[in-house]
Design a protein around this ligand. Sequence first.
Ligand SMILES: NC(=O)c1ccc[n+]([C@@H]2O[C@H](COP(=O)([O-])OP(=O)(O)OC[C@H]3O[C@@H](n4cnc5c(N)ncnc54)[C@H](OP(=O)(O)O)[C@@H]3O)[C@@H](O)[C@H]2O)c1
Length: 339
Amino acid sequence: MSTNNRRWILKQRPVGDIRDGDLQLVDAPIPKPAEGQILVRNIYLMVAPTNRVWMSDIDQYMAPVQLGDVMRGVTMGAVVESRHPAFRPGDVVEGGMAWEEYSVTDRARPVPVGHGLPLRAFASVLGNSGMTAYFGLTEIARPKAGETLVVSAAAGGVGSIAAQIGKILGCRVVGIAGGERKCRLAVEEFGLDACVDYKRGHLLEDLRAACPDGIDVVFENVGGEVMDAEMTLLNIGARIAVCGLISTYNANGDWWAPKMFRNVIMKRARIEGFLISDFVPRFAEGLAVMAPWVRDGLIKYHVDVVDGIENAPVALGRLFSGANVGKQVVRLAREPAFG
Ligand SMILES: NC(=O)c1ccc[n+]([C@@H]2O[C@H](COP(=O)([O-])OP(=O)(O)OC[C@H]3O[C@@H](n4cnc5c(N)ncnc54)[C@H](OP(=O)(O)O)[C@@H]3O)[C@@H](O)[C@H]2O)c1
């Protein structure tokens, strides 16, 4: 076992895109677990757009990461040493909550590995991303069979899963994604009915053509001009679940707000945001539904792997450039095999 624990420190708050110098990679000794704690060798760091929000000091749903602190991020790994009665070496857990190779914690969540699926499934479609798609769609958006559901960032970690759940629920599902390659993937592999490439430059016309009966339900990941186009085409009684607004996370100053907000009145629409952290107590319920869908191939998933803790900022940047396909993770150690 290495004696070093490489970790990223937040040095300064990014202005716009994350740049060299905003974060610093440092070496620290591997920490020792105290009574009631475990030491975890992290295997996956699940970078997420919200990491960029945590780097800023806007009023948000958690305390911002303080300058000089280790960057916050969700990790999954294997217990190396346990001084906690509920965990043994080799157990797979989530909850390291830092951009680092080793973590000590007293708040880990056991990962229910198995179901004939590899660990990376639990870092993506059966982890926070898949649960965000599942609970955001079934509890907040609540689409009905036959309705038109639009999902933005449709080739991404959350969007690709939300869109496929929409298909399982019997919706006509239209994705929005950047580029022909992602749109082809959304239709040919994820089984969407159509996908609009917003980078072609005629988003509203293309979305109108893809949704001839208007839009009943939106699962929103992006905001900005994407959400304005969706809100222009809402049907009466439409529902919008606001999962994320990634197009605005790098903004300096105020975040974007919708130009077509008037349609919330005109179309008697419901708009509701949510946070997956509120659904953590229900993850077992989500897993019981989702694991068979994944195992039986009803839901396909992509995991986009970048290797090495030194590449964590690059991996996060891929979410903002659109380089990632499916769930973006950083692999920090080899994945053990599970039956
Ligand atoms: N509410 C919650 O609890 C919760 C939990 C997890 C995630 N989220 C949110 O869900 C959304 C998706 O997260 P994810 O982890 O699954 O990421 P992701 O969709 O895998 O990656 C982000 C994608 O966003 C698109 N994008 C980035 N900048 C954009 C821009 N300026 N305009 C349009 N599209 C842009 C890119 O796709 P294209 O190449 O298609 O442009 C990129 O691949 C994010 O908004 C995130 O904050 C919310």
